[in-house]
Design a protein around this ligand. Structure first.
Ligand SMILES: Cc1cc2nc3c(=O)[nH]c(=O)nc-3n(C[C@H](O)[C@H](O)[C@H](O)COP(=O)(O)O)c2cc1C
Length: 454
């Protein structure tokens, strides 16, 4: 039997995320990102399509690499302005019953103790529907506004992240026994103190001495996602990720990354098939291929070349404005997202990318494939990606929010259901159960060893 296609919806709380400039399209209501009604509408749309989760990207600094200025990003609303991804979750959870929420939070700028409580709170309020996209961040501007002169070097950020994970696993899995909250009115005891213990963590980057503040939540550790594909990123994903978010525009490159991460996971003692891979994908669908092509042309006519270059300059931490627009980009180890630099240099040896070609290519699809066509055409393409790239599903972006997600749910999901590739109704109680088939972290995951089992 063909494996189920796992669907996540991808957004950032901003107007210019994967598709830059398309906020000007008459069908786009992306500017409503400041409204709770917008987010509850998006959540209900995705739940109607039995998506596993809404995935919310984030960045903690303005995009100021291109021409050394924030002006191009501001003009096109490229990830600037952007709001906090966590604060919409309670409202979306109240408007839905099953949809999960995978939120991006940086290990470089959070404190694990307070962060563990935030996620436990969200896991309580959503009844086990929360996931975490673990990022180490990539913008120097974030560092400059959060207490540093410059960002920590790339690989050191992953070293910090490694210790961060150890601390939060201790807090989520090891500080409170499952039966710690007794709530005995007769004995006058809410929590049995013998079932709660301090984590006593003292490491290179963090000191956390006491007990976790939150009582155990349904999932304990939120479902863990990761997206970096540099060597350090792959090593990190192979140890911690349950979901891996990819950015590649063709199946061979995606398959190469899937194979590398799975091999690293096997070497780290994990079942490689327990990691689920989700490439970022943009779908432009209509009743017929011709109508879909016309819709794509109308989207593409609003794409902003300069805005796209401003975004990719920041992601890669390479100012593309100072390079020859027609000279091929060469790989360099930057302090930005190295996986994104690889995407346009080494990942596909058959192709040379110039800054001009990058700006034109990423306009609608943001570095992932753009699938255009009727529901049957799109479903064929999604199935081809599943087979050729060996992925487990898709992180479906929305170029004209929320119309892109609505089109996908109204047109593509029924076709995928007819083919038996997506659920008609949700199964499982929590995000982890739905996404991984297991209610708690699996025994081969590093969080498991921190569990306190009497
Ligand atoms: C597809 C994809 C999406 C990403 N989304 C985010 C994001 O929303 N926020 C963020 O700070 N970093 C994001 N990153 C960056 C990384 O997750 C990572 O923490 C990092 O910056 C280094 O990546 P690298 O290992 O490829 O160098 C993303 C990376 C990829 C490949």
């Amino acid at each position: 039997m063909s494996k189920r296609i796992r669907l996540h919806g991808l957004r950032q709380s901003t107007v210019g995320h994967t598709a830059v400039g398309l906020w000007r399209h008459p069908d786009s209501r992306a500017h409503e990102y400041r409204e709770l009604a917008h987010w509850t509408e998006v959540a209900r749309i995705l739940e109607r399509g039995t998506f596993d989760a809404l995935f919310i990207a984030d960045a903690l600094g303005p995009l100021d690499t291109y021409r050394g200025s924030v002006d191009a990003a501001l003009r096109d609303g490229v990830q600037t302005p952007t709001d906090d991804p966590l604060l919409t979750l309670s409202a979306m959870a109240a408007a839905t019953e099953h949809l999960g929420f995978a939120v991006t939070v940086s290990t470089t700028y959070e404190q694990p103790y307070s962060f563990a409580r935030k996620m436990a709170t969200l896991d309580h309020l959503t009844h086990g529907r929360v996931g975490w996209n673990i990022v180490t961040s990539a913008l120097d501007s974030a560092a400059r506004n959060l207490g540093y002169d410059n960002q920590l070097p790339h690989d050191e950020r992953y070293a910090v992240a490694e210790e961060f994970m150890e601390v939060v696993y201790k807090l989520w899995e090891g500080s409170w026994r499952d039966d710690a909250v007794v709530r005995s009115v007769e004995e006058g005891v809410f929590v049995d103190p013998s079932r709660v213990r301090p984590v006593r963590h003292e490491g290179k980057y963090y000191k956390v001495r006491d007990i976790a503040l939150s009582e155990p939540s349904a999932q304990r550790t939120p479902v863990l996602y990761q997206a970096g594909t540099s060597p350090a990123g792959i090593a990190f994903a192979s140890r911690h990720a349950e979901g891996v978010f990819l950015s590649t525009y063709e199946t061979a490159g995606a398959r190469g990354l899937v194979t590398k991460v799975k091999e690293a996971a096997r070497a780290a003692g994990r079942d490689p098939d327990s990691l689920k891979f989700l490439p970022i994908t943009t779908v432009v669908v209509a009743e017929t291929d011709a109508e879909a092509r016309a819709k794509y042309a109308s989207y593409a006519s609003y794409a902003s070349w300069e805005g796209a270059l401003a975004r990719w300059s920041a992601l890669m931490q390479i100012d593309l404005s100072v390079l020859d627009p027609d000279a091929p980009l060469e790989y360099v180890d930057t302090d930005g997202i190295r996986g994104m630099v690889e995407l346009f240099t080494t990942l596909d040896p058959t192709r040379k990318w110039t800054p001009r070609a990058i700006g034109e290519f990423v306009g609608v699809g943001g570095g992932g494939p753009v699938l255009v066509g009727s529901p049957a055409t799109v479903a064929d393409e999604l199935e081809r990606w599943m087979d050729e790239a060996d992925v487990d599903g898709f992180n479906v972006a929305d170029p004209v929010a929320p119309a892109g997600h609505r089109d996908f749910v109204d047109l593509v999901v029924p076709e995928l259901r007819r083919r038996g590739r997506v659920w008609s109704a949700y199964e499982g109680a929590t995000l982890r159960e739905r996404f991984t088939g297991s209610p708690r972290v699996r025994p081969d995951h590093p969080a498991y060893g921190h569990r306190w089992v009497p």
